[in-house]
Design a binder for this molecule. Sequence first.
Ligand code: HAM
Length: 439
Amino acid sequence: MFDTLPGFREFPPDACAQRNHLFRVFRTVARAFDFQEYDVPVLEPLDLYLEKSGEEIANQLFHFEDKGGRKVALRPELTPTLARMIAARANSLPKPVKWFNIGEHFRYERPQKGRGRSFYQFNADLIGEPGIDADAELIALLCSIFESFGLGSKDVVVRLSDRVTWVLLLDQLGISEDNRPATLDAIDKSERRKPEQTIESLESANPSRGKELFEKIQQIKGLSNLDDIVNRLEGCGKEGQARAQQWRQLMARISAHGYDPMIQVDLSIVRGLAYYTGFVYEAFEASGQGRALAGGGRYDHLIQKLSGNCDLPAAGFAIGDMTLSDCLEANGLLPKYIISPDLFLLFAETERDLGLRLSNRLRKAGHSTSYSLKTAGFGKQFKDAGKSGARYAIILGEDEVERSEVKVKDLRSGLEENCKITELVDKIEYWDGEGGISE
Ligand code: HAM
């Protein structure tokens, strides 16, 4: 026996139906926001991620050399591929581009609750629009998806932060541009680490300032409402004042969309991926349990870095299926799907050909139809019909067929009615509309 690889999942029909429920909601809400679906390869040149995703993801890549000697990787995320795709079509695409994708991703992480080595993401990105309205539109889409699953502000929270604010505040602390990436990385990881480890990382990024910076950064991370952040930014010169204004605008837009109750201003969010340049956010269960449900933000320079010439502003986010399923399950919001046919045909062996012709007609009319594949008596066929979960059993007995009729039994009520074979499709639709066969 071969087991599945660690961190990979199989989806038997009930799990597949639940996964499809997530995908259906993603698609419906994305279309309501007028995002268009696209798709891309799962296998990409390794360098795409080594250069663009940042160190954390680079260490988690599934990569190998293909038979042509190319270094390739299974996609750990979608954003670099999207950026390349947009750069190649930049002139011909009407802006803004509003695209979404649902697809599988691969990261060699330690498998644990909410974390696998293969997982699905819903990605939504908005490209070509530098203004705050694009960020607000994406955050509204994220919140609206949660809402459509039945999750409200008591259940989930979107923690909103800003890389520009961090850059301005780090400048104020005298941290040079060269030391900034390692400092931001230490801040990003500080949520999951002991203070001593963070002090050590800050010390190695900014020699002999580790402890002092740790305390100052803790204080910044404690700024937990808009007014505190705005006040702090107003002490950072003209750029700080301009950013304070954008914070206010973004929060006002999110309120106008109706989603301010789901938002929590929280500068402890920095985002691990290297390409973010502006407002960033992560969604979590409001209880604080579990890992991030979603994450995203603005990444204005990635497309230019990939193409060398095409400078297009961009922003987006991704929701993962594993943490979202756990959250829905914990809140009793994962519907149980019963996967059964609508109709089950029963026939005497002499009527099998007629049965198959009839099942063909019923299936073409859109009714999921099943029957026993093996020759069996009516008793056994009735048992199969019951097990299948079908609503109606359609019986082609010799007597009925002689009169060009079938007997239909409503397996919920036990009521039966005969009808002409030629009228069966219409009759099924009629009974469905009436809630079943009635006396
Ligand atoms: P990310 O934060 O790396 O962002 O991933 C987004 C979400 O994918 C996470 O919040 C989590 O739900 C899920 N996820 C990530 N890794 C795993 C894993 N190993 N197992 C299960 N779920 C996981 C990005 O990927 C960005 N590319 C999002 C983005 C789109 N930014 C702009 N556009």
